[in-house]
Design a protein around this ligand. Structure first.
Ligand SMILES: Nc1ncnc2c1ncn2[C@@H]1O[C@H](COP(=O)(O)OP(=O)(O)OP(=O)(O)O)[C@@H](O)[C@H]1O
Ligand SMILES: [Mg+2]
Length: 467
């Protein structure tokens, strides 16, 4: 018979110890014994019991001391104390220290069995809770990163390796592969996690603004600089600065960045004061930076400074093992956001997701699932809810079957397909379908909610079909 759990019996009286251990063994538990508190603490470490059943009065470390120390060292262990009749106060004290329950001596067999069973159940729950908390903690550390495919798992292993160091990291990958997510994971996995993670998209700003954003500026250093302003470097002090699309940094700014990487110092734009900060740089690019170097558009010395370690994220099409779990992950997220109950994907929908090459990578998959969740009316995502590009060619023109389909289904098919063909423009689709744009909007609202929605203002449910 499988053991019902592990119990450590602690009593300074050898006979009592042996008898109790024997009884509990008969009840189906695995038992061990210890003669005092200190020996018990050692045994807790080695034996890893679910429940400790301990006498209160013992030489050396007594029962109360054992509960106190044991609870701190092994929070999942459940303690039950045994106390002689008439010394209830010490049992109460033990409960205050964290004991779960107490038994009075001489022991009543029925009570012993009952209290032990309850303590065991409590221990099981506590362990389960600790386990869940541990899983949550691990998840948070890697920020909900889905990594089922061996290639992605390899990326995460590298992330775990480089995160705790202060090395500059270059994250490479096509657009939408998850570069920012990985950069954040590196920050969270470092000892800088309590300090800020600051991001800057280097492609979004012209040269002068980019420098001022990075390094800050002094009052009056350029038109519009009305006061002194600190830059992202200063904001990120103690933490991490994420330079997105780093290939887009103009050459003069590259020089300043290089100097920072060499000396860890910089000056505000228009200022002389030399500032020193402790910032780790993570850069990202979806371009082939080495080619940029070869073409003279990116400084080689800067490239090597940024690229102490490079993390390359493969495109989604070369790690298809991630597609089903990612799709399921986004389904859950967007179903929750939209208040919908969706169980999963139809077989052909999942097959289409797996076959599609995903040029926009994870971001494109995320958008496709979000859209499908909005369009879904039943309890799962069907092929027809996916963007046309994702649907295999031979199935694209599949109409709802006639006879067989209802007018509502045909209408829905016509509206959705026309809208898609018109690039989402309601007015164009309205012209093609020969109905009003307002009716399309009303219908879309209905499809989104999954239930007939309140009509838009100026339109009552009765006249909506007469438009
Ligand atoms: N492995 C993953 N698990 C869960 N979500 C992911 C994963 N990879 C990417 N994502 C999600 O996909 C989206 C795109 O990721 P992210 O913004 O990090 O990509 P990117 O490479 O920085 O894209 P771009 O080059 O366009 O800036 C985000 O919403 C991100 O949360
Ligand atoms: Mg990005």
């Amino acid at each position: 018979m499988a053991s019902r759990g592990r119990i450590l019996v602690v009593d300074d009286e050898a006979n009592a110890r042996a008898a109790l251990s024997e009884i509990l063994h008969e009840e189906g538990y695995t038992t061990e014994t210890a003669a005092d508190g200190f020996k018990a603490l050692k045994k807790i470490e080695d034996f890893d019991p679910d429940v400790v059943l301990t006498d209160l009065k013992m030489p050396g470390l007594d029962g109360i001391g054992l509960v106190e120390k044991g609870k701190t060292a092994s929070p999942a262990v459940v303690f039950v104390v045994m106390t002689a009749f008439g010394t209830i106060e010490s049992a109460v004290e033990a409960v205050k220290q964290g004991a779960e329950n107490y038994l009075t001596k001489p022991l009543d067999m029925k009570m012993l069995v009952l209290v032990t069973e309850r303590a065991m159940e409590k221990a099981r729950l506590q362990r389960e809770n600790l386990r869940l908390r541990q899983i949550l903690k691990e998840r948070n550390a890697l920020g909900h990163i889905i990594a089922q495919d061996p290639k992605t798992q390899e990326v995460l292993r590298l992330v775990e390796q480089v995160a705790p160091t202060r090395a500059s990291v270059l994250v490479l990958g096509e657009s939408g592969t998850g570069k920012e997510l990985i950069a954040e994971a590196i920050h969270r996995g470092s000892n800088r996690l309590k300090a800020p993670f600051i991001r800057l998209n280097c492609a979004a700003l012209v040269e002068s603004l980019l420098e001022s954003e990075l390094f800050g500026h002094e009052k009056g250093s350029f038109t519009g600089a009305v006061g002194r302003r600190e830059g992202r470097f200063k904001q990120a002090d103690g933490g991490t600065l994420f330079l997105d699309e780093v290939s887009e940094i103009p050459l003069p700014t590259q020089v300043k960045l290089l100097r920072f990487l060499q000396e860890r110092t910089f000056e505000r734009v228009g200022g002389n004061e030399t500032l020193k900060v402790d910032v780790r740089i993570i850069a990202a690019s979806n371009r082939d930076l080495r080619r940029q170097v070869a073409e003279g558009r990116f400084r080689e010395d800067l490239y090597y400074r940024l690229n102490v370690v490079s993390v390359e994220i493969p495109p989604l099409r070369s790690r298809r093992g991630d597609i089903p779990p990612l799709a399921a992950f986004f389904l859950r997220r967007y179903a929750e956001e939209n208040g919908k109950r969706l169980d999963g994907f139809s077989e052909d929908a999942l097959a289409a997701l797996l076959a599609y090459p995903w040029p926009g990578n994870v971001r494109e998959l995320e958008n496709a699932i979000e859209r499908a969740v909005v369009l879904a009316t039943g309890d799962r995502i069907e092929l027809s809810h996916l963007p046309t590009t994702v649907i295999p060619e031979q199935r694209r023109d599949e109409m709802p079957r006639v006879p067989g389909a209802s007018i509502a289904e045909l209408e829905r098919f016509a509206i959705l397909r026309t809208l898609e063909a018109c690039g989402g423009s309601t007015s164009k689709a309205a012209t093609v379908l020969g109905i009003s744009a307002r009716k399309i909007q009303y219908k879309m609202h209905e499809y989104r909610g999954g239930v007939p929605a309140a009509p838009p203002s100026g339109l009552t449910p009765d006249d909506k079909d007469e438009e």
